[in-house]
Design a protein around this ligand. Structure first.
Ligand code: AHR
Length: 503
């Protein structure tokens, strides 16, 4: 038996909907053959696939990060503008592929505009210069009679695109990154980039390139750039074929966010900053199976991870964590959205939704703007990590955080206290857990909705011939008053959406 207590008065912060954002990179079949496939019967008149766009729309990501990733560090954005037939094919050094440049700035930004996504562009701080980054801001946002703004007009776009979110490079600390830098070199260069980009458009919001939240790199970079940036980016990938390691490793994000909270508070106070800095968790996901192509060329389409049900529990846990740490996270981008470590998987004749699609959609749809403190008391699990079950390229040990509550819980409400949501992940592979849920300050005022994603086999996957093996079920929530008892099935994600009124 477990107890969950939620007090509608104990708000812990405002959830920025940007935590449900995404990332699409020029990598493998994410853009070409995924999002964009002009030869496909599913393509619209601009070459973007309608079926993929429709599935993405259901996830409702407010922001899409583009064009990389590691790709960004050797991307010449000027290759991707103007007449398609004149665009160069480039040897791509991050993923050892050939970049056709058929999807460039205008194609991506126009598509985002049509679909209703805010674009978030990452500038090339690897092989690129600050003049090129300045020119990109001018091309996208320039309003005057100047060279790059006029180039945009020549290319058929009169109105500026008004791109607000710009990242100062990607993972510049990595030895795999084109143009790797030390933290001190990065700060010096990033200040030069920021300076000319901001002089071109004062209204843009910059994102510094961080690492994991607790590293020396993060400390030096935030110290050096705090006066210029609105976000500090960090990345996390976890995963293991060991069930418990897989579902509990996302708690590493809690460590990162606690460390970032302290870092941001310290820098803000010391430097007397008048603006707020938030974390952009602009790459996060489960990813451990397909790492071919990361350090050297591979014959396999890169990073085409097939997700199982246990990965869906991990993804739901990540999202619960972002809600609980909403005072710190201002944006989070699932990496990635199509084919490459992605919830949407295509082939020329169709597509299917991977298991991880479902928790993302459930929480994107139901999460409200006010995050609430939750109290959980129930069965716990002590994680045992070993070299055998920590086989990821960058293992993320979390056993020092033992014991873990088996139920992971996040709660939100709307500002009027008329809707309350509760997201509960039961990570036990075989135990149903019954919990007494106690609401304070509000009572349930009518029929609610409960969406459940469950499967008896944590290894279950969806595929072209079994697209709905792991799929959510919706029902009426038979709960009322200020408290109710609920049996959470093993290996499940349960999201309640309850109409409420003052107690
Ligand atoms: O998302 C795949 C890759 O992972 C990105 O290109 C890079 O930024 C990260 O290492």
């Amino acid at each position: 038996m477990a107890r969950i207590r939620v007090d509608a008065d104990r708000a812990i912060g405002t959830v920025d909907r940007k935590i449900f954002s995404g990332f699409v990179e020029h990598l493998g079949r994410c853009i070409y053959g995924g999002l964009y496939d002009p030869g496909s019967p599913f393509a619209d008149e601009t070459g973007f696939r309608r079926d993929v766009a429709a599935a993405l729309k259901e996830l409702n990501p407010p922001v899409l990060r583009w064009p990389g990733g590691n790709f960004a560090s050797n991307y010449q954005w000027t290759d991707g503008i103007g007449p398609a037939e004149k665009r160069p094919k480039r040897l791509e050094l991050a993923w050892f592929l050939t970049e056709s440049n058929l999807v460039g700035t205008d194609e991506f930004l126009r598509w985002c505009e049509r679909e209703g996504y805010e674009p978030y562009l990452c500038v090339n701080m690897g092989s690129g210069t600050f003049s090129e980054a300045q020119a990109w801001v001018e091309y996208c946002n320039g309003t005057k009679d100047t060279y790059w703004a006029n180039k945009r007009r020549e290319n058929g776009r009169e109105e500026p695109y008004g791109v607000k979110l710009w990242a100062l490079g990607n993972e510049m600390y990595g030895d795999y990154q084109v143009g790797q830098l030390t933290a001190e070199e990065y700060v010096r260069r990033a200040r030069q980039f920021a300076n000319v980009m901001k002089r071109t458009d004062r209204s843009i919001r910059l994102v510094s390139c961080g690492q994991n939240g607790w590293s020396e790199w993060d400390r030096v970079v935030l110290e050096g750039l705090a006066d210029l940036v609105d976000y500090h980016s960090i990345h996390i990938y976890t995963g293991s074929s060991d069930y418990w390691v897989n579902v509990l490793a996302p708690h590493q994000a809690e460590r990162s966010l606690r460390a970032m909270r302290a870092l941001i508070d310290g820098v803000t106070y010391r430097k007397k900053l008048s603006h707020e800095i938030k974390v952009a968790y602009d790459e996060w996901n489960v990813w451990y199976r397909y790492t071919e192509g990361v350090y050297e060329p591979s014959d396999q389409p890169p990073l085409e991870e097939r997700y199982d049900h246990s990965d869906a529990l991990a993804v739901a846990t990540y999202l619960n964590i972002f809600v609980r740490h909403c005072r710190t996270v201002g944006m989070a981008n699932l990496a990635q959205m199509v084919n490459v470590i992605a919830p949407i998987f295509t082939r020329p004749d169709g597509m299917f939704l991977q298991t991880i699609y479902h928790p993302f959609r459930m929480l994107s749809e139901h999460t409200q703007s006010v995050a609430l403190d939750t109290f959980v008391d129930g069965p716990t699990h002590d994680l045992v990590e070993s070299p055998e079950n920590m086989h990821w390229l960058w293992p993320q040990p979390v056993a020092d955080m033992n014991p873990f509550q088996v139920l992971d819980v996040a709660a939100t409400r709307d500002p009027d206290k008329s809707t309350l949501t509760l997201s509960v992940v039961n990570r036990s592979p075989d135990e149903e857990i019954t919990a007494d849920v106690e609401l304070r300050d509000v009572v349930v005022a009518g029929a609610g909705q409960v969406t459940t994603l469950r499967h008896s086999d944590p290894r279950a996957t969806n595929d072209f011939d079994r697209p709905d093996d792991v799929t959510p079920v919706e029902s009426v929530a038979h709960v009322s008053g200020g408290s109710f008892r609920y049996a959470f099935p093993p290996c499940s994600i349960t999201v309640f959406r309850l109409p409420t009124e003052p107690a």
